[in-house]
Ligand binder design. Structure first.
Ligand SMILES: NC(=O)c1ccc[n+]([C@@H]2O[C@H](COP(=O)([O-])OP(=O)(O)OC[C@H]3O[C@@H](n4cnc5c(N)ncnc54)[C@H](OP(=O)(O)O)[C@@H]3O)[C@@H](O)[C@H]2O)c1
Length: 319
């Protein structure tokens, strides 16, 4: 057998058979002290979130990305955009070829997928799901693989923002390597399962909340009569980019407020006009999403949840 090259999987370096371009079974070469970790990442379900993750990892030279989607057209669109991404012929093919399998279907489709891949995944592989509604313990009952839930955000489209990570019980000694991989497309932030819903409000729903607030601000500002809504939205959007750059350069939120809102000045007057109930507004928001609350505490107006696919109570609401 000719060995063409090596990739470093999550469990060490593995030789590739040049004829098949597949890892040689039960063979690993470990290189101690190396900074490079190349991982074969499989993405099942290339919709909004799976597609974004496939593209984000597919742009990196370190990763090898293999995808599988129910409707082939979506997978082919990604393949056209990212020439290094490959499409698996089937779910078993993807599972065999990957170290890390990202399951990104809707909860209602996950049961069928898990019936196919759960028993095939081995203990040295990692199952990562973006489906926060299903407890990790339930995934672990379906597979020998280590399991983590990750909550990505639209900001990973531009390899930025926060990706939330919640580890299952089989991750001992493996967290650093896992965070290195996700650290290539975002800032990883580790949370416990009970913190997932609230932190998802901030990291994953947050871009939509912020965009909505700025959009409403631009409508209100345009009503003052001197600028069009498009002009207000443009100024606010560029202002937000500037604030992000300040934060990137080490400013904190309170430092920004301190430097702009001079005592007795107009910015301070504007902040005071926002009133003491601004915090109440966000408490209402988190109550509406069930952030940090048990699933039974459904707020009025909350969307109906998807059916319970693994016959267990949901721990979090969907995005
Ligand atoms: N959207 C967000 O901002 C966000 C953020 C964090 C977490 N999440 C979670 O991530 C999950 C996916 O959300 P989404 O918004 O990306 O949903 P989506 O756009 O509907 O994508 C789901 C994808 O799964 C594919 N699929 C379904 N069954 C499959 C199967 N048996 N084999 C292969 N592919 C299959 C679907 O294929 P078809 O093309 O055939 O429909 C679709 O492309 C959800 O659980 C959601 O709660 C979403």
């Amino acid at each position: 057998m000719r060995i063409s090259c090596h990739y470093q999987g999550m469990h060490g370096f593995c030789p590739l058979d040049s004829a098949t371009n597949k890892p040689v079974t039960n063979t690993h070469i470990y290189i101690m002290g190396s900074e490079v970790i190349v991982v074969r990442i499989g993405v099942i379900g290339t919709g909004v979130i799976g597609g974004m993750l496939a593209r984000a990892f597919g742009r990196l030279p370190e990763e090898q990305v293999i995808i599988f989607n129910r409707s082939v057209a979506k997978a082919e669109a990604i393949r056209r955009e990212c020439s290094r991404v490959r499409i698996a012929h089937s779910l078993p093919d993807l599972v065999t070829a990957c170290d890390l399998v990202l399951l990104c279907t809707r909860p209602s489709d996950a049961k069928e997928v898990m019936a196919d891949i759960g028993p095939a995944l081995r203990s040295n592989q990692t199952l990562v799901t973006t489906i926060s509604q299903i407890p990790i313990a339930l995934w672990e009952q379906q597979t020998a693989a280590r399991v983590a839930t990750v909550i990505p955000s639209i900001t990973q489209t531009v390899q930025s923002g926060v990706v939330l990570i919640c580890y299952g019980s089989r991750f001992d000694g493996f967290q650093e390597r896992f965070e290195t991989i996700f650290g290539r497309i975002a800032t990883p932030f580790v949370v416990e399962e009970r913190q997932l819903r609230l932190s998802s409000d901030l990291a994953s729903c947050g871009p939509a909340f912020l965009a909505h607030i700025l959009s409403q601000w631009s409508v209100a500002a345009a009503r003052m009569g001197d600028l069009s809504q498009a002009e207000c939205e443009y100024i606010l959007s560029r202002m937000l980019i500037g604030v992000s750059d300040l934060l990137k350069n080490g400013f904190t939120l309170s430092e920004i407020i301190r430097q702009v809102a001079i005592p007795g000045g107009i910015t301070e007057a504007g902040i005071e006009s926002l009133g003491a109930d601004l915090q109440g507004l966000f408490v209402r928001l988190h109550r509406a999403t069930n952030g940090g609350h048990p699933p039974t505490a459904t707020a009025a107006g909350t969307k109906a949840r998807e059916p319970d696919v693994f016959s267990s109570p949901y721990i979090n609401g969907a995005n």
